[in-house]
Design a protein around this ligand. Structure first.
Ligand code: FEO
Length: 397
């Protein structure tokens, strides 16, 4: 894999991680890339670095273009270690004239690394530096998704280097979205948003407004992961607008786990009844669906229907895992209901209801419990619950 010229005298010099399958709980089954960009002007600037074990790839790519020691500026858009892990070694190798980062970036660098003697220069939103023919304007993007995060915009090239925002976890030899199927890239962009940025949706809305106010002319968005959006970055900007406004569809998820298939039988009956009301339903069995793939479906659904049998007065472990993950990502504006079978004590529905209330998910029903194996009269109650959920989804618009 070689370097790619993304604009005149600006090159992709990052690394492709074909093997990564877990990113702090997010299933990266397509791998990922750590994108870094080298601007070759009167001053040579490197935008972000890569994960520490990919340092040699980064240096090899830079060496195809110039001696790494010729780099003048390091621009640290984000300090999370998939983009800064090799920074101490790069600083040692390059001995840059200046390292640019945000105010919070400086604090993050100091708390991650021994930065004694590093030539750190703090920049704020609207600050610009000249590389010669090219200018770099910085835009702080606090909590998208770390306090230190910022974008770098190069107006002469209409290029926005956007750190984690607009990224996708996809490893590929291709560098541009239009070299792959748009639908596939958009699915992974949605997964990225749902699992990394969803809780910061109000910040995303403010950022999109800010970009609009600044009137930035953008014809390329280069994120730090995955494919680069060129030609019409409107596709991804529109999607971020929809996702951050939390636009939903007539869609429900039945998220469940089961011990002896009784809760599975209830799940199927409830899902069938929701569907018959004209609502799209996805069955998400926690035994076979990864939490991060379920989150992608949560993004545009209206109803979350949770099913778990009672185990030791509680819920099944995979359900507890998912609820913890979901709570952290702060779903908003959803309705919900719970169900599950039980043998003798039957607390699972109570726990599921409490978890939903803690997330401000509006309960449409007190929940449905079935002792041991569902019978005809229980299936009738499942049908009633499904109808109630389906009608509530339709009433939402
Ligand atoms: Fe890709 Fe927040 O690091």
């Amino acid at each position: 894999m070689g370097t790619t010229a993304v604009k005149e005298n600006i090159y992709w010099v990052g690394a492709v991680d074909w093997d990564i399958r877990d990113f702090h709980g997010y299933s990266t089954y397509k791998g990922t890339t750590y994108n870094a960009f080298l601007a070759m002007d009167e001053k040579i600037a490197l935008f972000d670095t890569v994960k520490s074990n990919f340092k040699d790839n980064l240096l090899y790519h830079i060496s195809e273009l110039t001696d790494p020691k010729a780099i003048d500026y390091l621009i640290v858009n984000h300090v999370e270690m998939d983009h800064s892990g090799c920074l101490p070694e790069i600083v040692k190798e390059v001995r840059p004239e200046k390292i640019f980062c945000s105010t919070m970036g400086e604090k993050a660098l100091n708390s991650h690394f021994d930065t004694e003697g590093w030539p750190i220069h703090v920049v704020k939103s609207g600050d610009s530096i000249s590389l010669g023919k090219k200018t770099v304007t910085f835009l702080e993007t606090k909590m998208l998704h770390w306090p230190d995060s910022m974008f770098s915009y190069i107006p002469e090239d209409k290029l926005l280097i956007s750190s984690d925002a607009f990224g996708q976890h996809i490893a590929s030899t291709e560098r541009y979205v239009d070299e792959l199927a748009l639908g596939e890239v958009m699915t992974h962009a949605a997964k990225y948003y749902a699992n990394i940025l969803n809780l910061f949706s109000p910040n995303v809305q403010k950022l999109l407004e800010k970009v609009g106010e600044l009137g930035l002319d953008i014809d390329m968005i280069a994120p730090d992961h995955g494919l680069i959006w060129r030609g019409n970055p409107g596709d991804i900007l529109d999607a971020y607008d929809r996702w951050s406004k939390r636009e939903t569809k007539r869609k429900a998820l039945v998220i469940y786990d089961s011990m002896w298939k009784s809760t599975t039988k209830m799940a199927r009956a409830i899902a069938g009844a929701i569907s018959r009301e004209g609502v799209s339903v996805k069955m998400m069995n926690l035994a076979v669906n990864h939490r991060s793939d379920i989150m992608t479906e949560v993004l545009d659904c209206r109803a979350l229907v949770f099913g778990s049998p009672t185990l030791n007065n509680g819920i099944l472990p995979r359900m507890a895992d998912f609820l913890t993950y979901l709570k952290g990502l702060r779903p908003k504006g959803k309705i919900g209901a719970a169900f599950g079978s039980f043998g003798w004590s039957g607390e699972a529905v109570k726990h599921l209801n409490a978890a939903m209330e803690a997330m401000e998910i509006s309960l449409v029903d007190e929940g449905l419990r079935v002792k041991n194996v569902p019978k005809d009269e229980d299936f009738a109650k499942c049908k009633e619950l499904g109808q109630k959920i389906g009608q509530a989804v339709i009433e939402m618009g």
